[in-house]
Design a protein around this ligand. Structure first.
Ligand code: GLN
Length: 474
């Protein structure tokens, strides 16, 4: 029996090279957990049929002495990332039978590294939401308390790691969808600097925000996965190289951590607030300098984020008309074809955002909403750039409260949007952000994970790893 409970990529890599077990044994260990737990948790919507075949191929690479760090490592993949010849549906009726005709660049790189793709994970439809309840496959449950949500939209990828169904996973983050579920499930998740990871083969939600992000139990695992999937890509003109942004060395003896006090006041759960204060103390004890900073426009981040989100979603989802792409339902006329197809194909949240997006982009309101949101985006970016002259990273809670009950916020989209108050800013600015476990909150007799978020300057993903690893004692 392989003990997978505390297994890291580094340890598994050593064990595989030392022939302690094979990649096949390792894959089987995770498949066994999936068989035991997935019918309850619903993290995976499909386990790929060729997992053991992939593991055998990894064993052959190891035997030939050509293993990379990721060879034989099980990776779960969010259902909006394309894996050739497999279904990728974005958990939507619109794409429920769509078979990918090519590999996303991130997947291509994982395959080249010899990783074992274990299956696709549940999500909120087209990466809109924050609870992994809005899926044609039903809700995913939080492994720490199955009456609660795992967060979203990459809730399946987070729960898959937390329940032990995979070593690491890929999610996507448009406004927090890697970090918020990582926080709710007690794991580590990174939203890389915009452009670090190719979006080729990631279904577009909000193209100017979206990044594929790695998730795992440790900073080391997240970093190892990031190092494989990152890098420039001819198929995505927004990708950057590791030298695009000059990264300054950490300031002072260890590093300087900025606290935007003005953002961490009202509307925050008392246990989250207490845990945050304790996390600040822990950083102090570790030798970091703590500095209060001001980011005056950050309080407008949430409305600016949602206006741009709706606008880009309505444009990106325009392609799913039943003719060019997606589910087709025959109507009485061509227009009726579109109406029938899009009504049957999209869930309520998708339709809400398409309508609101069309509204904020309409000629009468474009200046009032979309342009204003973009102007705010620049002001917020400026505030953060200025703050990073003084500090290395900015610390906030990842979410204002721990995981909520399944169904609790389903009828109130506004409440769900408010849960993104800390996570949307790095997507607006393009800066990297990482969520890591910071403790537990006692709620209804259960221990629910809490997380804190580190935000860095453009290109400073490595600083996030260094500081997070020091916080977690890795
Ligand atoms: N909760 C946010 C939204 O609904 C973020 C989603 C995401 O990151 N994909 O837009």
């Amino acid at each position: 029996m392989i003990d997978i409970s505390n297994l890291t990529i580094e340890q598994a890599h050593k064990d595989l090279l030392a022939k302690k077990y094979s990649a096949r044994d390792l894959a089987q260990a995770y498949l066994d957990v999936i068989s035991a737990k997935n019918s309850d948790i619903n993290a995976f919507v499909e386990v790929y049929s060729d997992v053991l075949k992939q593991a055998d191929a990894a064993d052959a690479i190891i035997a030939a002495g050509k293993a990379t760090k990721l060879t034989g490592i099980p990776v779960a993949v969010k259902d909006n990332i394309l894996v050739k010849d497999n279904i990728a549906s974005s958990a939507s009726a619109m794409l429920k039978d769509y078979h990918s005709t090519y590999d996303a660049t991130a997947i291509k790189r994982l395959k080249e590294a010899g990783a074992v793709l274990i299956g696709r994970t549940n999500m909120d439809e087209f990466a809109m939401g924050g609870s992994t309840e809005k899926s044609i496959y039903g809700a995913t449950k939080n492994p720490h308390d199955t009456s609660r949500v795992p967060g979203g939209t990459s809730g399946g990828s987070a729960a898959a790691v937390a329940m032990g169904g995979t070593l690491v996973s890929l999610g996507s983050d448009t406004g927090g969808s890697v970090r918020q579920p990582a926080s709710f499930c007690g794991i580590v998740g990174l939203k890389p600097t915009y452009g670090s990871v190719s979006r080729y083969g990631l279904m577009a939600a909000v193209s100017s925000f979206d990044q594929i992000g790695p998730m795992g139990k440790t900073v080391g695992d997240v970093k190892a996965l990031f190092e494989i999937v990152r890098g420039q890509d001819i198929n995505d003109g927004t990708t950057i190289s590791t030298t695009t942004y000059p990264v300054k060395p950490l300031k002072g003896t260890k590093g300087v951590i900025g606290i935007p006090r003005e953002l961490i006041s009202d509307g925050i759960d008392t246990q989250v607030k207490k845990n945050f204060d304790e996390s600040v103390e822990k950083f102090k004890a570790l030798g970091y300098e703590i500095k209060d900073i001001s980011v005056p426009h950050a309080r407008y981040a949430l409305p600016a984020y949602y206006i741009i989100n709706f606008a880009e979603i309505s444009s990106n989802l325009g392609r799913f008309d039943g003719v060019r792409y997606g589910l087709y339902k025959e109507g009485k006329t061509l227009i009726d074809d579109y109406v029938q197809s899009r009504t049957a194909g999209f869930g309520k949240e998708a339709r809400r955002r398409i309508l609101l997006g069309a509204y904020v982009l309409s000629s009468g309101y474009y200046d009032a909403y979309y342009n204003k949101a973009n102007a705010l985006r620049e002001l917020i970016r400026g505030d953060y750039a200025k703050a990073f002259e003084e500090v290395d990273v900015i610390l906030t809670p990842t979410t204002p409260a721990p995981a909520w009950k399944i169904g609790e916020k389903s009828s109130n989209p506004m409440e769900m949007y408010l849960a993104d108050v800390f996570t949307v800013t790095p997507n607006l600015t393009g800066m990297p952000a990482l969520s890591m476990p910071s403790g537990l909150a006692a709620v209804d007799g259960k221990q629910l994970p809490l997380g804190v978020q580190l935000v860095g300057a453009h290109g400073a993903d490595e600083h996030l790893f260094t500081i997070a690893a020091s916080f977690l004692g890795e």
